[in-house]
Design a protein around this ligand. Structure first.
Ligand SMILES: NC(=O)c1ccc[n+]([C@@H]2O[C@H](COP(=O)([O-])OP(=O)(O)OC[C@H]3O[C@@H](n4cnc5c(N)ncnc54)[C@H](OP(=O)(O)O)[C@@H]3O)[C@@H](O)[C@H]2O)c1
Length: 295
C-alpha cells in the first residue's frame, strides 16, 4: 500500500517508518514544506503533492504539554487546524486517515478506565488535551474514513522521553521523588507502530470511522513505572548511583499544565473487535531498554 507519513523524526513516526518501509511504499513528509504551524500553507502543499497515498498516517503533533499553556496558537495550529486540513484532504482524495490522540482528552475523574464511548468525561484539563480533542472532532466532522488511536505516556529507545531521562537521572543522582497519584499505562512507541500496521491490515479502509484506545492493559503510577525501569535496567547490567526513590503527590510537583490523576484507558474494544493487544509493560520496557543500550 502507499502510505504518506508525517512526524517521522518523532517517537511513533520513526518506528512506523522503520517497520512500514519493508512492507509498504512509504513517503515521509518533509517538515519544512509541510509545516503544521501554518495550516493554510500545509493545505496548498498537500494539494500540489504528486504522490497519491492509500493511507495517511499522522503521528506529527505538538507534544510539549507544559509549553502548550503559553504557546497556544502554535499548539492549536499543529494539533487542531492542521489536522482539519489533513482530514479534508483525505476526504477529497478518498485517503484513509490514521491519527493519534491521547488520554489527556479526558478529565481524569474517578478510578475507572475511560472507554471510547465515554463522551461525558471528554473535558481536557490542559491546553494540549483541548487541542487534541478538537483535532479528533475535526476528523470526525470532515467525513473521511479514519481511525483515531488514543494512546498514553509514550516512551521510546531513542530521543528525549521519560524512560531515558529516568535512566540518566538514576546514574547521576542519589535521590529521586516521583509522582505516585497519576495512574495510567506507559506505552512503547515501537508497539504503537507495530499495532498501527496490524490495525490497517484488519480494518475495512473503505468503511471504518472509529476511535480505539491503544496502550497496555496494565495500569500503574509514574512511581511504580520508575521502580520497573530500575529493576529491568539493573537486570541488564546498568549500575546506578541512586539509593532512594520516593513517591510524592502531584500537588508537590506543580507543572504549568494540569495532568489528570486518572489516565486509565479501557483497551477491550481493540482486543474484542480486532484481536489486537499490546505486550505487557515489563516486556516492552525490557525491549526498549535493550535497544537503548545497543544504540
Ligand atoms: N508523547 C506522549 O507521551 C503521548 C501521549 C499520548 C498521545 N500522544 C500522541 O501520539 C502521537 C505521537 O506522539 P510522539 O510522542 O511520537 O510525538 P513526538 O515524539 O513529539 O513527535 C512529534 C512529531 O511531530 C513533528 N512536528 C512537530 N511540529 C511540527 C510541525 N510544525 N509541522 C510538522 N511536523 C511537526 C515533530 O518533528 P520535529 O522532531 O522536527 O519537531 C515530530 O516528528 C501524537 O499525536 C501525540 O499527541 C503522545
Amino acid at each position: 500500500m502507499k502510505i504518506l507519513l508525517t512526524g517521522d523524526s518523532g517517537q511513533v513516526g520513526s518506528n512506523i517508518l522503520e517497520l512500514a518501509k519493508n512492507q509498504h511504499e512509504v513517503k515521509a513528509l518533509d517538515i519544512e514544506k509541510f509545516d503544521f504551524s501554518q495550516p493554510e500553507k500545509l493545505k496548498s502543499a498537500l494539494e500540489k503533492l504528486v504522490f497519491k497515498p492509500d493511507i495517511f498516517i499522522n503521528p506529527a503533533a505538538y507534544t510539549a504539554v507544559d509549553k502548550a499553556e503559553t504557546e497556544k496558537e502554535l499548539c492549536d495550529n499543529i494539533n487542531n487546524k492542521s489536522v482539519a486540513v489533513i482530514a479534508e484532504y483525505c476526504r477529497k482524495n478518498n485517503i484513509f486517515l490514521v491519527h493519534y490522540s491521547t488520554d489527556y482528552v479526558f478529565n481524569g475523574s474517578g478510578n475507572q478506565s475511560f472507554s471510547e464511548d465515554n463522551v461525558k468525561d471528554l473535558q481536557p484539563l490542559n491546553y494540549y488535551g483541548k487541542t487534541k480533542l478538537e483535532g479528533e472532532r475535526a476528523i470526525q466532522n470532515a467525513g473521511c474514513n479514519y481511525i483515531i488511536l488514543r494512546t498514553s505516556w509514550v516512551y521510546n529507545h531513542i530521543g528525549s522521553n521519560f524512560v531515558l531521562t529516568i535512566l540518566k537521572l538514576m546514574s547521576e543522582r542519589e535521590e529521586l521523588k516521583i509522582v505516585n497519584d497519576q495512574i495510567g499505562s506507559p506505552t512503547y512507541a515501537y508497539d504503537i507502530a507495530e499495532a498501527t500496521l496490524k490495525v490497517i491490515e484488519k480494518i475495512d479502509l473503505n468503511a471504518t470511522r472509529e476511535i480505539y484506545n491503544l496502550c497496555p492493559s496494565e495500569q500503574l503510577s509514574w512511581y511504580d513505572f520508575v521502580l520497573k525501569i530500575k529493576k529491568i535496567a539493573e537486570n541488564k547490567g546498568y549500575k546506578f548511583k541512586i539509593n532512594s526513590i520516593s513517591g510524592i503527590p502531584s500537588y508537590s510537583y506543580p507543572t504549568p499544565a494540569i495532568r489528570p490523576l486518572n489516565s486509565r484507558l479501557d483497551v477491550s474494544k481493540l482486543k474484542r473487535q480486532l484481536g489486537i493487544e499490546l505486550p505487557e509493560v515489563d516486556l516492552s520496557l525490557s525491549a526498549c531498554i535493550g535497544r537503548a543500550i545497543n544504540i
